[in-house]
Write a protein that binds this ligand. Structure first.
Ligand code: HEM
Length: 396
């Protein structure tokens, strides 16, 4: 029995199961697709729809909330913080200790409840946070709806498949905190904290989250398209997307281990399983049994664009190092996943993580701490938004 056969035998899985998973995923992805494009049920529309008027009406000015005299200040400035943040507006671990002591428990309880009922929440929020941070910093700019003046980064093509549930839970936490601590907690801090809690909840490593970010005053659709890596990019370009933001190749590989959870729409890898080349219908680097299962799963993907497959066929909902073992066996869905396993700059790191989950967790946690403070805005460079999906004032 080959290694894939063993995996499926061990887990008593057959490729028929892939179809069943696919069906289940199709159902939850439909919600995701609909809500992410604003064509959702009323519930999701609240989360994703472009508001018809509110952002066009200037609202009463509400300045950024200043530090209160008893607010906890940074005791140990994070080495990654830019100079702008060393000028008196530091992040700290206990930023809300006095101003909103229930911040941590509110986030934790809300994500626990959401993840328990919608398991796609953890990967959805993790990807949302990564995209927000890579595009001009962790400043919740990705949450802002497009309006009559400008199109927001959430409408950039790579962001159209972001999970509607992820937007929804961040908004829900914000609404709840506005009742208990009005005007105090930023949407960007909520995203950072919720991401860490969810990663831990699905089995990943714990890491510290510094707090005190302000929310952005702008959102830029063009920057979004420029900043994000895409699966068909050559490895050189993917690496540049990370190194230009201060991450080395090892950190890039560790972060991409996030593909151990969540799922991918068929249209992202369909060229690997249908009409791949003149000589082969299927990408020969893809494991043949997986390819056959995916072909069945995705057979109607052009008419049913919600069809998706789990990123990690072995332990789809568990944050572990199986992703690295998978890609070494041709079990990665995206071209970029496969590229990580063959490029001489990344393969040795993939092999380390495939053998040693602790090494992966240590590096992932450190890299996520670094992601979480990418170009954060503090002081007057940002604001505490009233609502995560709109600025407090119209940017003129
Ligand atoms: C190497 C560069 C990367 C590329 C090209 C890439 C691309 C993608 C694509 C195309 C998807 C599928 C989206 C869909 O069909 O819905 C995806 C899913 C995902 N990505 Fe990445 N990604 C990369 C790195 C990362 C990093 C660094 C993280 C987080 C730290 C991340 C987290 C995720 C997660 C959690 C999912 C599953 C989302 C869900 O289930 O809703 N990715 N990625």
């Amino acid at each position: 029995m080959d290694s894939v056969g063993k995996i499926f035998a061990y887990h008593r899985l057959r490729f028929r199961d892939l179809l069943i998973w696919g069906f289940c995923l199709r159902e939850c992805t439909r919600v995701k697709e609909r809500s992410s494009r604003g064509r959702a049920s009323p519930k999701s529309l609240r989360t994703r729809a472009v508001p018809s008027t509110p952002v066009l009406i200037p609202r009463s000015p509400k300045g950024a909330v200043p530090f209160s005299s008893n607010q906890s200040r940074c005791r140990e400035p994070h080495p990654l913080l830019s100079n702008q943040n060393r000028g008196g507006h530091h992040l700290s671990l206990d930023y809300y200790k006095k101003t909103c002591p229930q911040f941590e428990s509110t986030v934790r309880d809300a994500v626990f409840a959401k993840q328990s009922s919608v398991p796609a929440t953890a990967p959805g929020v993790l990807r949302l946070f990564f995209h927000d941070c890579l595009i001009d910093g962790c400043d919740a700019s990705i949450l802002v709806s497009s309006n009559g003046y400008a199109r927001g980064e959430r409408d950039a093509v790579p962001n159209l498949s972001l999970s509607g549930d992820a937007f929804e839970i961040i908004n829900k936490i914000k609404n709840s905190l506005e009742l208990t601590c009005p005007g105090v907690v930023s949407c960007s801090d909520i995203m950072a904290e919720a991401t860490r809690d969810l990663v831990k909840m699905v089995g990943g490593p714990y890491y510290k989250v510094l707090l005190g970010r302000k929310d952005s005053l702008v959102t830029n659709i063009t920057k979004a398209a420029e900043s994000l890596p895409e699966p068909e990019m050559p490895m050189d370009r993917i690496i540049t997307k990370f190194t230009s933001r201060g991450f080395n190749i090892r950190e890039m590989v560790a972060l991409t281990g996030a593909h151990t959870i969540g799922f991918t729409h068929c249209n992202q890898f369909s060229h690997r399983i249908f009409n791949f080349s003149a000589t082969s219908d299927v990408d020969p680097t893809l494991n043949p049994k997986l390819a056959a299962g995916l072909k069945r799963l995705c057979q109607n993907y052009t008419t049913d664009n919600g069809m998706s497959a789990f990123n990690d066929v072995r332990s789809p909902s568990k944050f572990d190092n199986a992703y690295f073992q998978n890609i070494l066996r041709g079990l990665g869905l995206l071209t970029s996943d496969h590229a990580l396993s063959v490029d001489p700059r990344t393969r040795p790191i993939v092999e380390i993580y495939a053998r040693n989950q602790t090494a992966f967790f240590v590096d992932f946690a450190a890299a996520m701490e670094k992601v979480s403070v990418l170009n954060v805005k503090t002081g007057r460079k940002g604001e505490i938004r009233d609502r995560c999906d709109q600025f407090n004032h119209i940017p003129m």
